[in-house]
Design a protein around this ligand. Structure first.
Ligand code: SF4
Length: 425
C-alpha cells in the first residue's frame, strides 16, 4: 500500500510530517507519488491564506479522483485540520482530520482506518515509532509546542494551542537517539524557543543548551525560532561558552515601526531590537542575523514602511523572509481587513527585497578569502559540487567527496553571491 504525504508551511510542519511518515511506514506503507497513492495525506498550514488555498486546490483534485477511485483514502492534518475541522468533518470524502496538537492520536486513528477498510495490519504492533527524518545531516527536535504570544496577525496560537515545553530529559533522549542514528546536527524547534522551560522554576533555553552540549557525537546545535522580546542578553553570554551552538540568530522583526510593533503585539521596540542585534554582533562578530518581515499590515502607512526599510539598512540582515500581509480569520487584526491595495503591497515588497539582496550579498562578500567551517550535507545534483552550511547558516559549495557527508570541513571562500558561497577545502 502506498501513501503520499504533502506538507505545507513551516519547519514545524515538516518535522510533524517526519513523525507521520514514521507512523505510516511502521504500519507497512510505502511512499509514492500522489497519482499512485492509496492514501493521500495533506499536512496543512494556516499561517497564510495562499498555503490554505494550495491545500484546498489539491483537495478538489483528490475529491474528483475519489469519484473514480472510491477506495482512495484522504486525510487533512495540521492547522487546517484544526481551523476548519467542522467543515472538513462534514465532507464524506475526507477519511481523517486531526489538528497539530492531536497528531499523537494518529497511530490509533490509522489503526482504526485499517480495521474499517480491511487493510492488513502489521504482524507486530509498532512499539516505538521512529521519525522518518528527511533533512540530511540535521535532526529536528521539538522543544516547545504551541505559542502564547498572540501576535495580532498570527493564527498559530489558535491552531497549535497554548505553549508547553517538553521535559528536558525527553528532549535529551530524542537528541541522543538522533545522534546515535548518525545525525551530527540538531535543530531545536519551537514557535518561541526562548520561552523554553517557563513553566518550571530554574529551567530556560540556556540551561537546556548546557545540558545537551556535552553529548558525544553531537557536532552542532541550532535553534528556531527566537522571539526578540524574550531573548535575554544573558543567553548571548551563555551561548558564547557553548561552541556547538551555531552563530545563527533568527530574530523575526516583522516591522521597523514602533507604532506597528505595538499594534502587532510584538512586545519590543525598534531600539530594543537594535540593542539585541548590537549585543549579538559584539559577542559574535561573524554571526548571521536573519529575520521575518511583513509588508502591508492593515495599519501600515508610508512612514511605517520607511521605518522598516531604514531599520533593515541599519541591521543589514544576512537573510530575510519577507511576506505580504495575509488576513487570517480569528486573529486580532482580522477585523481591520486588508485595506492596502495589492499593487502598493507589491511596491513595498520589492523595495524591501531589493535592499535585502544588497545586504545579503555584502555580508557574504565580506567572507571572501576567509576560511569557514562547513558541515557537509550532500552532493548538489546540479553543479556536482559538495554542499554544506556554516554554523551561521550560509550555503557553501565546493569540490569534494561524498565520503565527507556528515563531517566538518574547512572551506576557503573564493566567491560570494547573495545566497551562497563558493570555495575550496
Ligand atoms: S510568536 Fe507571534 S508570530 Fe510567532 S507563532 Fe507566536 S503568535 Fe505567531
Amino acid at each position: 500500500m502506498r501513501y503520499h504525504l504533502k506538507t505545507y508551511g513551516c519547519q514545524m510542519n515538516s518535522h510533524d510530517s517526519e513523525y507521520l511518515a514514521g507512523v505510516l511506514e511502521a504500519f507497512g506503507w510505502l511512499p509514492s507519488s500522489a497519482g499512485e497513492a492509496d492514501f493521500v495525506l495533506l499536512n496543512t498550514c494556516s499561517v497564510r491564506d495562499n498555503a490554505e488555498q494550495k491545500a484546498r486546490s489539491l483537495l478538489g483534485k483528490l475529491r474528483r479522483r475519489k469519484l473514480s477511485q472510491p477506495a482512495l483514502a484522504i486525510a487533512v492534518l495540521g492547522c487546517m485540520g484544526e481551523r476548519t475541522r467542522c467543515q472538513l468533518e462534514k465532507q464524506a470524502e475526507i477519511d481523517l482530520t486531526l489538528g497539530p496538537r492531536q497528531l499523537e492520536e494518529f497511530p490509533d486513528r490509522l489503526r482504526q482506518l485499517h480495521q474499517e477498510r480491511e487493510w492488513p495490519l502489521p504482524v507486530e504492533e509498532p512499539v516505538a515509532i521512529p521519525y522518518r527524518r528527511t533533512q540530511g545531516v540535521t535532526a529536528s527536535v521539538n522543544i516547545t509546542l504551541g505559542c502564547n504570544s498572540f501576535c495580532s496577525y498570527c493564527v498559530v496560537p489558535l491552531v497549535r494551542g497554548r505553549e508547553a515545553s517538553r521535559p528536558p530529559e525527553e528532549v535529551s533522549r530524542e537528541v541522543a537517539e538522533a545522534v546515535s542514528c548518525g545525525f551530527p546536527e540538531v535543530l531545536l524547534l519551537g514557535q518561541n524557543v526562548n520561552s523554553y522551560g517557563r513553566e518550571w522554576s530554574g529551567w530556560d533555553l540556556g540551561r537546556l543548551l548546557q545540558l545537551l552540549h556535552p553529548m558525544p557525537g553531537l557536532v552542532r546545535i541550532r535553534t528556531m525560532t527566537s522571539h526578540p522580546r524574550d531573548f535575554p542578553l544573558s543567553l548571548v553570554e551563555q551561548i558564547a561558552d557553548l561552541p556547538k551552538v551555531c552563530e545563527h540568530f533568527h530574530l523575526p522583526l516583522q516591522s521597523g515601526s514602533d507604532r506597528l510593533l505595538q499594534a502587532m503585539n510584538r512586545g519590543y521596540t525598534r531600539t530594543q531590537y537594535l540593542s539585541l542585534v548590537q549585543a549579538i554582533r559584539t559577542r559574535f562578530p561573524r554571526a548571521s542575523i536573519t529575520t521575518d518581515l511583513i509588508v502591508g499590515y492593515p495599519l501600515e502607512e508610508e512612514a511605517d514602511f520607511l521605518d522598516t526599510l531604514q531599520l533593515m539598512e541599519e541591521v543589514r540582515f544576512d537573510n530575510a523572509h519577507i511576506l505580504t500581509y495575509s488576513p487570517r480569520p480569528g486573529t486580532a487584526a482580522y477585523p481591520l481587513g486588508d485595506p492596502i491595495p495589492k499593487g502598493e503591497k507589491a511596491r513595498r515588497l520589492s523595495l524591501l527585497m531589493e535592499a535585502h539582496q544588497i545586504h545579503a550579498l555584502e555580508r557574504n562578500q565580506a567572507l571572501v578569502g576567509e576560511t569557514v567551517e562547513v558541515l557537509v550535507e550532500e552532493r548538489d545534483p546540479r553543479s556536482g559540487k559538495m554542499y554544506g552550511r556554516t554554523g551561521s547558516d550560509k550555503a557553501v559549495y565546493f569540490p569534494g567527496e561524498e565520503a565527507w557527508i556528515g563531517s566538518l570541513r574547512a572551506v576557503q571562500v573564493e566567491t560570494a553571491a547573495a545566497w551562497s558561497l563558493l570555495g575550496i577545502v
